[in-house]
Design a binder for this molecule. Structure first.
Ligand SMILES: N[C@@H](CCC(=O)N[C@@H](CS)C(=O)NCC(=O)O)C(=O)O
Length: 208
């Protein structure tokens, strides 16, 4: 399998983490120039990464759809989604929240900051929303090491590549969206200790 990527991509990191947890190796990770998506567009019909070329000739797009495919293809011994239907729906609900609600705020902040005269009040409101949600992630980690249980699963794979910016930065990463995450997720010492410990725990897991 070949994974198409751009440097420092959060959504690509989800796929690398899912494969790592499954113990599945890639033939190659193909790094593209963020400013030139022609090859990705030609391969997949859209410009965004990740794109996964599978061994049986599929071309898959959209990180969490790829993670669901990986989980369905190599279900055992480390399932990423629960087998129980209700528990699975809870995790799917988290993934939907993360991608379609949580991500709105940092994307909106990035877009507002790019305007000639950014509206500081709007940025502050989105930033407050992001900080408020950190309580929720910390609460999900009460009495368990991962967001929905005792083993890392799809929710952890979904959230960690983004929430990790609360505690760490990469000096070579100059992505503006990641700058927004660094600024607005940063945790003060002692704040949300369960979330901080989970970020460290997740960082230790294997990646493809
Ligand atoms: N919903 C897509 C989003 C993919 C996405 O936004 N990928 C970013 C990299 S993390 C990208 O290719 N951005 C290119 C751009 O915005 O020009 C997914 O989850 O895979």
């Amino acid at each position: 399998m070949r994974l198409h990527a751009i440097p420092h991509s959060t959504n690509v990191a989800r796929v690398a983490l899912a494969l790592g947890l499954k113990g599945i190796a890639l033939e190659a990770t193909v790094q593209h120039d963020p400013a030139d998506r022609a090859a990705v567009q030609q391969l997949s019909g859209q410009p965004l990464v990740p794109v996964l070329e599978t061994d049986d000739g599929r071309v898959l797009t959209d990180s969490m759809a790829i993670v669901a495919w990986i989980d369905a293809t190599w279900a055992q011994p480390h399932p990423l989604y629960p087998a129980d239907a209700a528990a699975r729906r809870e995790v799917e609900g988290f993934v939907t929240f993360f991608d379609h609600v949580w991500k709105v705020a940092p994307n909106a902040i990035e877009a507002e900051q790019a305007r000639a005269a950014p509206d500081r009040d709007r940025i502050a409101a989105w930033a407050a929303q992001l900080r408020g949600w950190q309580h929720g992630f910390d609460a999900l980690l009460h009495g368990r090491p991962y967001l929905f249980g005792d083993a890392p699963g799809a929710a952890d794979v979904c959230a960690h590549p983004f929430l990790r910016f609360a505690t760490s930065s990469d000096p070579e990463d100059d992505d503006l969206f990641h700058g927004v995450l660094l600024e607005h997720l940063a945790l003060r010492p002692g704040e949300h200790p369960r979330l901080t410990a989970w970020i460290d725990r997740m960082a230790e897991l294997p990646r493809a």
